[in-house]
Design a protein around this ligand. Structure first.
Ligand code: GLN
Length: 497
């Protein structure tokens, strides 16, 4: 078991090798993952567990492996899902009171593909309510903690998934990214986070926040593991009308460390000294130096509409959220107010009792920007600016193969530091929302530390060109050891105070 334990903190290819050589079994791995969840209950990363079902599935995986026919490279490996990606027979609270007691009658597209690949869902991870937030502080389950410093936020909204991978509870987790919710927590927790091109991964069974921006993606400790995850869960799904028809090309086989001759753009608006913590910019500049040493050519580019991204995002995202969340009215899903006087009272009380403060703020904002008289001034205007932002990227990609920026302006902030100030919370997405507005693939890779807290660099690619950013991220990993650093163990464990 000690073997399975230490393997869990490794990468997927080590785990695959260990399973195929029978150094450990899938049952042992899953048990080690469940034990690690017990040991790190202090992180509050996991909100539901599947102990029994996961162990039964692991037995079946062990039989496939013993017969020499693993279903895929993920067969027998434990994974965690953000609690807004549904699985049949399991809860999906989206960290909201309104979905307390809800049990999904169906599998999401991602769960179907993971099951086909033999991966084993061991638990469901914490998030901000309906994925709205940057710290998991907007969760009915309470905030998750950053494994590098439990007084700090793990980021959000997919913070529980990031913390679970960082703390070695699982080697792979899935989250959703509407404006940065995979990349920002990955950066805060020192793991790799990957948002594929909009439409690459089926949104069927992802509880919708802002449908034109939402995208599912993986967290792992290695870029190659994120490539493997996309190979497993990506591709067309008829049940998601925005799912892309293109087949996901082989990605891992193209990670050979050779990046010479690639041209990478550095948008000057993302490197403004007043925009980010000096230590964050210093780590990112060091990373640029490493890649230059590998033959990458860097060019300065401009994305002139950058100043409008946050405002544009918060108009479009709240507008879509106000429409998507209209379905939670106490009739069909989840919580229903007791003893309603009439139908209106049922709607009003179910919603006011069920939604938290940030979700209500977004529904109000979204309803406002969509209402007659304001629609043209806000919603239509924001759509026009979104087009300008997308065109900025189209023009920039005429000059470069990929774009590199910091993932976040600062390292993980203290829990509570921004909870009372929504605007400063919104600004933690300042470098990430543009990829969602433009539909681009984006990757966050660990690139060092400031005062003991991880820093991430972000790579943005052309639509459908996940391969190039994965290649650059992987080449960077090969030359550095940031991804090998582990946070301290649980309180009271050896090596911690
Ligand atoms: N923090 C951003 C928001 O609150 C992004 C969230 C996300 O990507 N789901 O909307």
């Amino acid at each position: 078991m000690a073997k399975a334990d230490s393997l869990l903190a490794g990468d997927l290819s080590d785990l695959r090798g260990a399973l195929d050589r029978r150094d450990c079994s899938a049952v042992e791995l899953v048990q080690a993952s469940l034990d690690a969840m017990d040991a790190r209950a202090d992180l509050a990363a996991i909100v539901f567990r599947r102990d029994e079902a996961a162990l039964t599935e692991a037995e079946a995986a062990d039989e496939r492996i013993a017969s020499g026919k693993p279903a895929s490279p993920l067969d027998g490996l434990p994974v965690v899902l953000k609690d807004n990606i549904v699985q049949a027979g399991e809860p999906a609270t989206c960290a909201s009171r309104i979905l307390e007691g809800y049990v999904s009658p169906f599998d999401s597209g991602v769960v179907e593909r993971l099951q086909r690949a033999g991966a084993i869902v061991v638990g469901r991870a914490n998030l901000d309510e309906f994925a709205m937030g940057s710290s998991t502080e907007n969760s009915i389950h309470g905030p998750s903690r950053n494994p590098w410093d439990p007084e700090r936020a793990c980021g959000g909204s997919s913070g529980g998934s990031a913390a679970a991978v960082a703390a070695g509870l699982v080697p792979l987790a899935f989250g959703s990214d509407t404006g940065g919710s995979i990349r920002q927590p990955a950066s805060f927790c020192g793991v790799v986070g990957f948002k594929p091109t909009y439409g690459r991964v089926s949104r069927w069974g992802l509880v919708a926040y802002a449908s034109s921006l939402d995208q599912i993606g993986p967290f792992a400790r290695r870029v190659a593991d994120c490539a493997l995850a996309l190979e497993a869960v990506g591709g067309h799904d008829d049940r998601d009308s925005t799912s892309l028809p293109e087949v996901v090309p082989p990605l891992r086989s193209r990670l050979d460390g050779d990046v010479s001759g690639l041209v990478v753009g550095l948008p000057k608006e993302y490197f403004a000294p007043e925009g980010a913590q000096p230590g964050v910019l210093a780590r990112v500049r060091e990373a640029i130096g490493v890649l230059e040493g590998e033959g990458v050519r860097f060019v300065e580019i401009s994305l002139p509409h950058t100043a409008y991204t946050i405002a544009t995002y918060y108009i479009i995202a709240t507008a879509e959220a106000s429409s998507n969340l209209a379905r939670f009215d106490g009739v069909r899903y989840g919580r229903r107010a007791e003893h309603p006087k009439d139908l209106l009272d049922l709607y009003e009380r179910s919603r006011s009792e069920g939604f938290g403060a940030e979700v209500k703020r977004r529904i109000l904002l979204g309803t406002y920007v969509l209402s007659a008289g304001y629609y043209d001034a806000y919603y239509v205007k924001a759509q026009k600016v979104r087009t300008l932002i997308r065109r900025d990227f189209e023009a920039a990609f005429g000059e470069c193969d990929a774009i590199l920026t910091p993932t976040t302006p600062e390292t993980a902030f203290a829990l509570g530091a921004k909870a009372g100030d929504p605007l400063s919370m919104y600004l933690s997405d300042v470098y990430t929302v543009s990829a969602n507005l433009a539909g681009l693939p984006a990757l966050s890779v660990p690139c060092g530390f400031v005062d003991g807290m991880p820093v991430g660099l972000q790579l943005l690619g052309k639509p459908l060109d996940e391969a190039t950013i994965l290649r650059i991220g992987d080449a960077f990993e090969r030359r550095t050891d940031h991804h090998r650093q582990s946070p301290p163990g649980p309180p009271g464990s050896p090596g911690t105070d």
